[in-house]
Design a protein around this ligand. Structure first.
Ligand SMILES: NC(=O)c1ccc[n+]([C@@H]2O[C@H](COP(=O)([O-])OP(=O)(O)OC[C@H]3O[C@@H](n4cnc5c(N)ncnc54)[C@H](OP(=O)(O)O)[C@@H]3O)[C@@H](O)[C@H]2O)c1
Length: 310
């Protein structure tokens, strides 16, 4: 039997790298162009690439991604670039007959006041969180475009996974651009090395967040590729439980062996109070994440120590 070909966008990113490290990827031919080989903002180049390479499957894991500070500072880029990336790759896939398209969205597309746990049908039922509204809007755009294509074609080639927050190997650890857990790991690593007595937490630390280990997300994504027929058109990829920001700091402190005190800067934005996705569809589909928070932080810190801090 001939191997199917997957085009993985965003292969150099955290999700992309974790997909490439997943054992199931070896059952496919993989096209994993870096940005310099295929700039997804260039619609003509995307169309040419897809028409020449003829992938059977596309996993769209490219995006302009960042934490609160980057989103607040660059709302134009987060909206415009993510819309363009989604538009270019989705329309090329539609026009050139790609048979499976797996789009990665984000829980930032849920209403800020949405009822917890956030279920898939509540997208577009309320205002988004303003700190990452542009990013959320772009994610809604790509998801809806895929649904509209399915509707016009009376087929279901375009499906969207909505992962909760992710962290793990290949994360970005620079504190001004990173997400919560890698930022915590980098801060705690420095605090331990420099024997700092206090570490500052943004806000009161009581906001609750759901973070999945990226290796688990890659496992869910590869199952979605293999079991595409049974995958719902839109499905959250989540844990079904969350922790407070303070819990994440404390767990990282325990694992890294740092024994100082936390201070809270209440003037800094803390984002939504809680963001927990519903795993009802995912559970019915028969998948769940396996890595504990402790193991995830341990593996992620090991990656950070080896790759960046030594
Ligand atoms: N990380 C999370 O917590 C999380 C949670 C939910 C959903 N997601 C979604 O998962 C996907 C991947 O996220 P990630 O965390 O892996 O992000 P990431 O580490 O920032 O990776 C994004 C990748 O997209 C590539 N990219 C951006 N613009 C491009 C362009 N114009 N042409 C070609 N490639 C381009 C980047 O290339 P360069 O390396 O050249 O910059 C990078 O490799 C995104 O759709 C994101 O919304 C992520």
């Amino acid at each position: 039997m001939t191997m199917k070909t997957i085009l993985l966008t965003g292969a150099a990113g955290m999700v992309g790298q974790n997909i490439l490290e997943h054992p199931a990827i070896n059952k496919f031919n993989v096209l994993a162009p870096a940005r310099k080989e295929l700039d997804l903002l260039d619609g003509d180049a995307v169309r040419l690439y897809v028409s020449e390479r003829k992938p059977d499957i596309i996993i769209h894991a490219a995006g302009r991604v960042g934490g609160i500070q980057a989103n607040i500072a660059n709302p134009v880029d987060f909206l415009e670039q993510n819309v363009m990336l989604g538009r270019n790759i989705l329309m090329a896939a539609r026009d050139l007959g790609v048979s499976q398209f797996l789009n990665l969205a984000s829980s930032c597309m849920y209403p800020r006041e949405g009822e917890t746990p956030l279920s898939e049908e509540t997208v577009l039922t309320g205002e988004l969180e303003p700190t990452n509204e542009g990013y959320g809007l772009a994610k809604i755009f790509a998801m809806r475009l895929g649904q509209y294509i399915n509707r016009e074609e009376k087929a279901a080639r375009f499906k969207t996974l909505i992962p909760c927050n992710l962290y793990g190997r290949h994360d970005t650890f620079a504190t001004n651009t990173s997400h919560l857990i890698p930022a915590i790991i980098a801060k705690m690593h420095t605090a331990k090395q420099e024997n700092q007595k206090t570490v500052e937490v943004w806000g009161d630390g009581k906001a609750r967040r759901e973070f999945m280990y990226a290796g688990d997300a890659a496992d869910g994504i590869m199952r979605a590729v293999v079991e595409f027929e049974t995958l719902p058109e839109i499905m959250n990829l989540g844990l079904g439980f969350d922790h407070s920001v303070n819990d994440y700091y404390q767990t990282a402190a325990d694992i890294l062996g740092w024994e100082g005190e936390f201070s809270h800067d209440l003037s800094k934005p803390a984002g939504m109070k809680q963001k927990l996705v519903s795993i009802e569809r995912q559970t019915a589909w028969g998948w769940k994440a396996k890595t504990s928070l402790e193991d995830g932080i341990r593996h992620t810190h090991a990656f950070y120590s080896e790759g960046f801090a030594l």
